[in-house]
Design a protein around this ligand. Structure first.
Ligand code: SAH
Length: 210
């Protein structure tokens, strides 16, 4: 281990402690956050802030989500080893990495080409192997459905019907709509349980690609 990494390991441990104090209780989520080198998802100029519990710019007008939000959504998703998980909004790839540490088989969609390409090469360099797609997350990935879990990391203006339909029976969708976080559970073919949970701040989910 390089000296450099030791510095970040200590900071990461403090971040995990901070998230526990803020109310994250799922031990496996805290452990996953404790493993992902968040500094490697940052541009060099911001690297010193990598273990602050804040969102930061990642280019293309987007942000890497706040660690608390990543932990909170991951906790709601309740990922189990080997589950197939779809993420909307790859962004920096940090949330994808946390999901992989939780044992998920991760599929992720990003609509912005520049971000998609950067993260496409970055994730394998760091050691994560996610199936990445350039496309419109409102449509999901019908060819790969059903998914055990779906997580949306940008705030949607409407409930995307396609995503509900791509859930497996018993599957969970965690999605912010405007400023409200929803946890949707598919009980059977046409019954869904809808729960409103805590609210969070997100960048908007935009229709189409660019
Ligand atoms: N999960 C990311 C968070 C990035 S912010 C991370 O851990 O870094 C949300 C991301 O959603 C942005 O990259 C944005 O470009 C993307 N996004 C917005 N609308 C989208 C859509 N319709 N389909 C796919 N991605 C979308």
């Amino acid at each position: 281990i390089k000296m450099d990494d030791l510095k970040y390991i200590a900071r990461r441990r403090n971040l995990v402690q901070e998230l526990a104090e803020k109310g994250i209780i799922a031990e496996k989520v805290l452990q996953a956050i404790g493993k992902v080198p968040r500094h490697r998802f940052f541009d060099k100029t911001l690297i010193d802030f990598a273990y602050e519990d804040k969102a930061f710019p990642i280019g293309s007008d987007q942000t890497i989500s706040q660690p608390y939000t990543v932990a909170y959504q991951s906790e709601l998703l309740d990922v189990k080893e080997g589950e197939k998980v779809l993420e909307i909004g790859t962004g920096s790839g940090y949330q994808s990495a946390v999901l992989e540490e939780l044992g998920a088989n991760v599929y992720s969609i990003e609509r912005q080409e520049a971000l998609f390409h950067r993260t496409f090469s970055r994730l394998p360099e760091i050691g994560y192997h996610i199936a990445q797609f350039l496309g419109d997350g409102y449509k999901g990935l019908p060819n790969y459905a059903p998914f055990d879990k779906i997580i949306v990391t940008a705030s949607a203006d409407i409930m995307p019907q396609a995503l509900r339909e791509q859930l497996a029976i018993g599957g969970i969708l965690v999605i912010p709509i405007s400023t409200t976080m929803y946890k949707i559970t598919r009980l059977d073919n046409d019954t869904y349980k809808e729960e409103k949970v805590n609210s969070c701040a997100f960048v908007p989910m935009i229709h189409g690609t660019n």
